[in-house]
Design a protein around this ligand. Structure first.
Ligand SMILES: C[S@@+](CC[C@H](N)C(=O)[O-])C[C@H]1O[C@@H](n2cnc3c(N)ncnc32)[C@H](O)[C@@H]1O
Length: 530
């Protein structure tokens, strides 16, 4: 009787699996597995000596199939438990090892995935599937190498104008650690001296939500729907995976940030299994506050990098990146590649220096930056904001700002600003700070040959302005673009190319090689879209 029922259940579960009705097939397999385990506890009552091994084989297959269905539902922790139970019955069971390896790959546990795929070769069943298996083995080896060395190279993708699928990246943690920050709460710091362009880390999103919000004034509703989907996705990911849950729980919800614990770096390393966290489903309210403080918009550069059009909008949560505080004179930049974000130094960094990136466009004036930091719920107190705050009492600055708003001649505005800087004895990096704040005016001036001619030597040459901004606050693709545009028209190509390459290294990092940078610039795809 029980055997008959089991037979029926198994057929039903298999059928559901084949129909890709994952949730239903999990239910059916669970029923079958319970009955099977029940029978196994009574095998001593059975006259047939083959009954025990047959039953064990059935159980092994059922566990393996349930693991497959659960992994399709992204219930990775439970799927792994199923694989392990199946492998206890049959240590080289091909399907279980393949399923386990794929899940481990997804969870960035590359070495363990390699072991699984290697062991799967031992199963005679692997013969007919050796191509698939080898494919996975090669992929795991490649990702394991990348995650150990950080030797990523996006050049080919770049040379192809970012067309096609983004290259497969692995999680990687370079010379960084989390410490208490003087800016606020915790921050990410370097552990050694680093050159501009050096990759700091690569991390995969807990969840992302992307879409096209067309038009000048994107539909608020569409944005709300995207946000809701994003929140649901984060909750789902955190409910399904212990590691994700424990990583998300380290993030700030904005409350008492200075009292927050500094998490161990080991928690973020690929290959690490998450600690046991008591709650299965995270509290919606706490997820909402965490996302409010930590989610990042895939900025315009990455939208271009992703090959999307200008209405493209993407939001995501990248845990390690969430420990980076904002500065209006950032020293790092991020690049979104598929679901991964790569973060590299945009300037040379000293050991122990806090790594910062821009949460919003910092090539903008103080009042605009203040507005933007307000929407993030903080007041930026970086050196540049302090310096410009002190200067903001100057009548001239306010007049230039107001003049520009009212359509004042940009050449005149730049001239007055440069004159003012001489009078206020603004030197070194501080010149770069102010010029960055008035970048829009500078840019308009340099784009118009007429204005440049009219103002002649009374305004500084473009190269020196670009250099001073880049030195003060790191590279930016708009600086790169204008240098490139000017070089194309006239100018010393060799000298300009050096400048372009230096700026490009800051913008894209060393993961894009020289040759690729050159063609990137030639592709001229840096449409200004902040
Ligand atoms: C993504 S988190 C950064 C990491 C955070 N400090 C922590 O301990 O988890 C963003 C939060 O950090 C703080 N923060 C980041 N940059 C800041 C800045 N320049 N000034 C003040 N607070 C800042 C704000 O509280 C902000 O909501």
């Amino acid at each position: 009787m029980a055997e008959e029922l089991m037979q029926q259940l198994r057929s039903k579960a298999t059928e559901l699996l084949l129909r890709e009705e994952w949730a239903e097939s999990v239910v059916a397999y669970s029923h079958f597995i319970t009955l099977c385990q029940d029978q196994l506890s009574k095998t001593h009552e059975h006259p047939d000596p083959d009954y025990l091994p047959k039953l064990q084989k059935s159980l092994c297959i059922a566990l393996s199939n349930r693991a497959e269905a659960r992994s399709r539902l992204r219930e990775f922790s439970q799927a792994l438990e199923d694989c392990d139970q199946a492998l206890k019955i049959e240590s080289a069971h091909f399907k279980s090892l393949l399923c386990k390896g794929k899940i481990l790959l997804n969870l960035n546990r590359y070495s363990m995935a390699i072991e699984c795929f290697k062991t799967a070769h031992l199963d005679p069943q692997s013969g007919g599937n050796s191509e698939t298996l080898n494919g996975y083995l090669e992929k795991s080896k490649k990702l394991e190498f990348l995650s150990r060395t950080g030797a990523f190279d996006l050049s080919d993708w770049v040379v192809n104008g970012f067309h096609g699928k983004p290259p497969e990246l692995a999680e990687y943690i370079g010379p960084v650690q989390i410490l208490k920050s003087q800016i606020s709460g915790r921050g990410l710091f370097t552990t050694k001296n680093i050159d501009a362009g050096t990759l700091l880390f690569v991390t995969k999103a807990v969840a992302t939500e992307r879409g096209i919000l067309a038009g000048q004034d994107p539909d608020e509703n569409a944005q709300l729907v995207m946000w809701k989907n994003f929140v649901d996705e984060v909750v789902e990911s955190a409910s399904r995976c212990r590691r994700t849950r424990s990583l998300v729980s380290t993030l700030s919800s904005g409350e008492d940030e200075n009292g927050l614990e500094v998490p161990e770096m080991s928690l973020f390393r690929p290959e690490t299994e998450g600690s046991n966290h008591p709650h299965e489903k995270p509290e919606m309210s706490s997820v909402l506050s965490i996302l409010d403080v930590n989610s990042l918009v895939e900025n315009a550069i990455s939208a271009i990098v992703l090959g999307k059009n200008s209405g493209y909008y993407g939001v995501g949560l990248w845990v390690l990146a969430s420990f980076i505080n904002h500065s209006c004179i950032p020293n790092a930049r991020r690049l979104h590649v598929g679901d991964h974000v790569t973060v590299h130094a945009s300037r040379d960094l000293k050991a122990g220096e806090e790594i910062t990136f821009a949460y919003f466009d910092v090539l903008s004036p103080l009042n605009k930056r203040k507005e933007m930091s307000k929407t993030w719920g903080f007041e930026c107190n970086c050196k540049r904001c302090k310096f410009e705050g002190d200067l903001s009492t100057k009548q001239d600055i306010r007049e230039i700002e107001m003049g520009l708003e009212r359509g004042m001649d940009v050449g005149g505005a730049v001239y007055r600003l440069e004159e003012g800087m001489r009078r206020w004895v603004v030197r070194g990096k501080e010149k770069g700070y102010l010029r960055a704040s008035f970048w829009a005016a500078f840019c308009e001036v340099y784009r118009s040959e007429k204005t440049v001619k009219r103002w002649g030597r009374r305004i500084p040459p473009m190269d020196s302005v670009v250099d001073s901004i880049a030195e003060a606050m790191g590279s930016d693709e708009r600086l790169l673009k204008i240098v490139f545009e000017k070089t194309k028209k006239h100018g010393d190509v060799a000298v300009a190319l050096e400048r372009v390459l230096k700026l490009g290294r800051g913008v894209y990092g060393k993961i894009v090689k020289k040759q690729a940078l050159r063609s990137l610039v030639e592709l001229d795809i840096h449409e200004q879209s902040y």
